[in-house]
Design a binder for this molecule. Structure first.
Ligand code: ADP
Ligand code: MG
Ligand code: ZN
Length: 624
């Protein structure tokens, strides 16, 4: 395949990818690569990183190598490229030796513009000598945070990239991409990959089309069921913290007639692959999974991500939740919070798997770090302020006071005087401390106040305190909320390692000097996120896509049905044919000719040639 010299980058963008404008950061990154400069792109999930290396690959002479961590997803990416008219291939352990040989032969002949590789390949002698004889246009490292031991997804095999590059006769331009925002990980990527004077581009982390909400359901299972049935026409992911929960919930959903599938590290490889594929191909509507699922998942039509349990950090949360709405459609990110999740997480942090490589000090440091990470997500669950704002603050991004598209911005809050309750709680904390000479955790404090006679309370003799049972009439969850509010307002402090709660000097103001305490409470539950798309305003993006309205809804549905039919026939994931955003734009523009069809966002020349007629016929049928 020859490099297309007749088109500039805009021409290539339209012809192969079907888009008419670049998104934030793409132009800069592409120009750097085209000009021979290394680059690092930090962009959120769904931000459009792939085009930053795929497009230059089409414009430069030679073959681009893309290193990507997930074998299971390379095939998808390559299929999508092929479907858009790009000659591409992948090399990983899923290929038979015949297939591998065929790819090598084509590669040697310079057939491919883009080859995806698993990092494990990079030190095979055969592969290295093959590449030494090739013209390499660029090397792109996708999910580059895998190179950092500070990242959650560290892959030792990523460290082979450097040796590999050093064995090439001429070092090609090198680019790295990740969605991980932390400084440390970014620095690691630059240092370890030895990027040379790279252009650094970090784009906005805000995802305006995502609706954020934290719910505190009494019964998570019932709430989950309701949330999913309200979103019957969408695909979604439900994240759980344990394999057990995945098994239980996916089985319950299937029993209830939901097309659900499951994914966790304990399943046999074959089933995992099958289930992932069912979800990618829309054969399953709901993926119930542990956090083992998702990295590099490019399914663009995920309409919601529900967390059944709280994840370990805000970073992990934003990454997982961010898998919703990559096509720019309004999508929901809902976290089901319960205080029990915090306790489980703390317990797990404090009893890490025996690791003999770590000294006592190092272990303490790890525990401290993990607790701090946990605090970030607990803070998110508890804040009464804008949830999006909380996330942007955490990543040190600019934000507005209120986003108008999160559970808290839509809820009604009021201030309530809780001085008497605060006094009871603070004096209980003091009495426990005086009695035991050490401080205890929140649960025990709540149990004591509520008059519980459980084993721990009796063992420690806390039932003999005058504060035992002082708040008997108040639900435990409510007492806990007030305890936590007192922590947030600086009257109580929690030991970061063992979780003991003690009074701060400020507590004296409430106990002895008549200071009042107020707490923000949610008046009514936030209105359930409305699926009505028109009600939510969308920020204008570079490539403005149509919003499905009542008028276009019918056609949109018909186009989706056609897409599903084609995806069956061609055995391709539906979103590889056209994204939801493309179908929405198609429904709005209702093109009547091939020229008009090409005007639809997301329609490139190859896809227009391949699918244009079928879609134009469907539109004509619908409009007649
Ligand atoms: P990332 O790898 O950053 O998570 P992808 O490269 O997979 O994101 O892109 C996510 C989605 O955004 C894809 O559906 C892609 O087609 C779309 N996209 C990328 N760039 C553009 C653009 N310039 N205009 C419109 N859509 C785009
Ligand atoms: Mg990607
Ligand atoms: Zn908000």
């Amino acid at each position: 395949m020859y490099t297309d010299k007749s088109l500039d980058k805009y021409g290539i963008l339209k012809r192969y990818f079907g888009h008419s404008a670049f998104r934030d950061g793409q132009t800069e990154l592409i120009d750097a690569v085209l000009g021979g400069r290394d680059a690092i792109g930090v962009m959120p999930t769904g931000g459009g990183k792939s085009i930053c290396y795929q497009l230059p690959a089409l414009m430069l002479d030679g073959t681009a190598l893309v290193i990507s961590p997930l074998i299971s997803l390379m095939k998808d990416q390559v299929t999508a490229l092929q479907n858009a008219g790009v000659s591409a291939a992948f090399i990983n352990s899923s290929l038979s030796s015949d297939e591998l040989r065929a790819v090598y032969v084509n590669m040697r002949a310079g057939e491919y513009k883009i080859v995806y590789l698993a990092p494990e390949r990079l030190d095979g002698e055969g592969f290295v000598s093959l590449v030494q004889g090739l013209k390499i246009s660029l090397v792109a490292v996708d999910e580059a945070h895998c190179i950092s031991q500070w990242g959650q997804d560290f892959r030792p095999s990523y460290l082979r990239i450097i040796d590999f590059l050093e064995r090439l006769p001429r070092r090609p331009v090198l680019t790295a991409f990740t969605a991980t925002a932390t400084r440390q990980v970014r620095d690691d990527i630059e240092l370890i990959l030895k990027l040379r004077g790279p252009l650094r581009v970090t784009t906005g982390f805000d995802r305006p089309n995502l609706y954020f909400e934290v719910l505190r359901p009494k019964n998570k299972d019932l709430t989950l069921r309701a949330l999913i049935s309200q979103r019957r026409d969408k695909c979604g992911i439900v994240y759980c913290s344990t394999r057990n929960a995945v098994e239980k919930l996916s089985a319950a959903m299937c029993d209830a007639g939901v097309r659900a599938t499951r994914y966790h590290a304990g399943l046999p490889d074959k089933e995992r692959r099958q289930n992932q594929e069912d979800f990618l191909y829309d054969r399953a509507a709901v993926m119930v999974a542990t956090n083992a699922f998702g990295m590099g998942i490019d399914k663009s039509n995920v309409g919601y991500v529900i967390h059944y349990n709280m994840p370990k950090s805000l970073e992990a949360y934003y990454q997982e939740a961010g898998r919703a709405g990559r096509d720019g459609e309004n999508s929901d990110c809902i976290l089901l919070y319960s205080a029990g999740d915090v306790q489980t997480a703390k317990y797990l942090i404090q009893s890490p798997v025996e690791n003999e490589d770590l000294s006592e000090n190092q272990r303490d440091a790890v525990i401290k770090r993990d607790i701090a990470l946990l605090d970030s997500i607990v803070g998110y669950c508890k804040t009464t302020g804008c949830l999006r704002g909380y996330i942007l603050d955490y990543f040190a991004r600019a934000r507005e006071d209120s986003c108008g598209n999160c559970g808290n911005c839509r809820a009604v809050f009021s201030s309530k005087d809780v001085t008497p309750e605060a006094q009871m709680i603070l004096s209980c904390v003091k009495r426990i401390r005086d009695k035991l000479n050490y401080s205890v955790g929140v649960t025990l404090i709540v149990h004591t106040l509520c008059g519980s006679a459980d084993r721990r309370v009796l063992e420690l003799g806390l039932d003999s305190l005058p504060t035992h049972g002082l708040m008997r009439g108040t639900p435990k969850a409510q007492v806990r909320d007030i305890v936590e509010a007192l922590g947030a307002q600086g009257y109580l402090s929690t030991d970061p390692v063992h979780g003991g709660v003690s009074l701060t000097p400020e507590a004296g103001n409430v106990l002895f000097r008549g200071e009042n305490v107020e707490m923000t409470v949610r008046e009514a539950p936030a209105p359930a996120p409305v699926p009505a798309r028109e009600k939510r305003q969308k920020k204008k993006k570079a490539d403005t896509v149509a919003v499905v309205t009542d008028e276009t809804d019918g056609l949109f549905a018909a186009l989706k049905t056609l897409r599903f039919k084609l995806s069956r026939e061609e055995n391709l994931p539906a979103y590889i044919i056209f994204s939801n955003a493309a179908l929405a734009d198609m429904a709005a523009k209702a093109p009547r000719s091939m020229a008009e069809f090409l005007d639809v966002s997301g329609v490139g020349e190859v896809k227009a040639a391949r699918y244009g007629k079928a879609f134009l016929d469907e539109i004509a049928k619908y409009k007649s």
